[in-house]
Design a protein around this ligand. Structure first.
Ligand code: AHM
Ligand code: MG
Length: 338
């Protein structure tokens, strides 16, 4: 019988191999675990209670309607990390500006960026949603308040990243730079168990995930790649299957396990795409790299992009290595033609 490992045991067993290995990152991961459990419990009730469903009546800084659970998840993650003092500052999709924690500024060596509830348009229809997080070492001196430079680091500087998927099972999937591990939550005992050790994404997959309703607004190269996915070719297992949930965490998670590509490209209306570099693309790019896959903006490695603002967006091509490389070939041809 295989040995069962809980997330708590995993953190204790592996903390010596975590970057900087002083126990701080372990405590921070424990805070995320706690917040994930609380948010999970609330999400599971979403269909029952009108009070926690629907819009809260406000918009976030990017003009999107905020759902009640968006705001709730943001609050829970913020409070879970604020109270532990490992984190000196946090930025979130749901906050206009970054937050510098008073307590954490004296002791916290880390900063955290998060999309507390990604795919939130799916909340009201009982479809999987997720929390995404990204962790860096601070650049500002300890004792001072966190500043914007702490948050505008390239993704290559991340020391850990992960997501929680609230799906048919709830899972916490994360990496501290030594591969990707997935933990499944058993709600009857309130414990995450290591269910998916050392996840590797296949180099080739059979799934493409893109909002094809925007087809006419894509560039010529992206359109040609989508057409390529639909062509018949037994040598490359085409046509691929189109799968698009509209929750990046869920689309990403499926493709990570089965192999596939997720694309949110530039469109005529949104020349920088839709997804946010700092708390959506960078953490997923960090995970995919650790799992043996690839993440680019169509031309450059996502992890090499130097952010210039907190809520900046970027096109994203992420997933199985060979599929992402193929998509990039089409974008390159488009450049040489134009
Ligand atoms: P959100 O953070 O406001 O939920 O937006 C991000 C989501 C992704 O999870 C998803 O893949 C994408 O937006 C869907 O967008 P669209 O409806 O334009 O295809
Ligand atoms: Mg999001």
């Amino acid at each position: 019988m295989p040995r069962i490992t809980t997330l708590g045991e995993y953190i204790v067993q592996n903390q010596q191999s975590f970057p900087y290995a002083k126990g701080e990152l372990s405590r921070l991961l424990s805070s995320i675990r706690l917040a994930a459990k609380i948010v999970n419990s609330e999400i599971n009730k979403a269909g029952l209670v009108d009070e926690i469903m629907g819009d809260v009546g406000t918009t976030n800084v990017q003009g999107e309607d905020q759902k009640k659970l968006d705001v709730y998840a943001n609050h829970i993650f913020k409070e879970a990390i604020r109270r532990r003092f490992e984190v000196c500052g946090m930025a979130s999709e749901e906050e206009d500006d970054f937050i510098a924690f008073d307590g954490g500024c004296k002791t916290g060596n880390y900063i955290l960026l998060t999309d507390p509830l990604d795919g939130s348009s799916n909340i009201d229809v009982n479809v999987s949603i997720g929390t995404i997080f990204s962790i860096y070492r601070r650049l500002s001196p300890i004792g001072e308040f966190a500043n914007i430079d702490d948050f505008l680091q390239p993704g290559s500087e991340q020391v850990a990243a992960g997501y929680v998927i609230y799906g048919s099972s709830t899972m916490l999937v994360f990496s501290t730079g030594q591969g990707v591990n997935g933990f499944t939550f058993d709600p009857s005992v309130g414990v995450f168990y290591l269910s998916h050790p050392d996840i590797k994404i296949p180099d080739n997959g059979k799934i493409y995930s893109i909002n094809e309703g925007n087809y006419r607004a894509f560039s010529e190269g992206v359109r040609q790649y989508v057409d390529y996915c639909k062509e018949s070719d037994s040598a490359t297992n085409r046509p691929y299957s189109g799968r698009y949930i509209g929750s990046m965490v869920a689309d990403f998670h499926r493709n990570l396990i089965k192999g596939g590509i997720y694309i949110y490209p530039a469109t005529k209306k949104n020349p920088k795409g839709k997804l946010r570099l700092l708390y959506e693309c960078n953490p997923m790019a960090y995970l995919i790299k650790e799992a043996g896959g690839l993440a680019t903006d169509g031309h450059r490695d996502i992890l090499d992009l130097k952010p210039s603002e907190l809520h900046e967006r970027t096109p994203l091509f992420i997933g199985s290595k060979n599929m992402v490389e193929k998509a990039m070939e089409f974008l390159k041809q488009e450049e040489t033609v134009s």
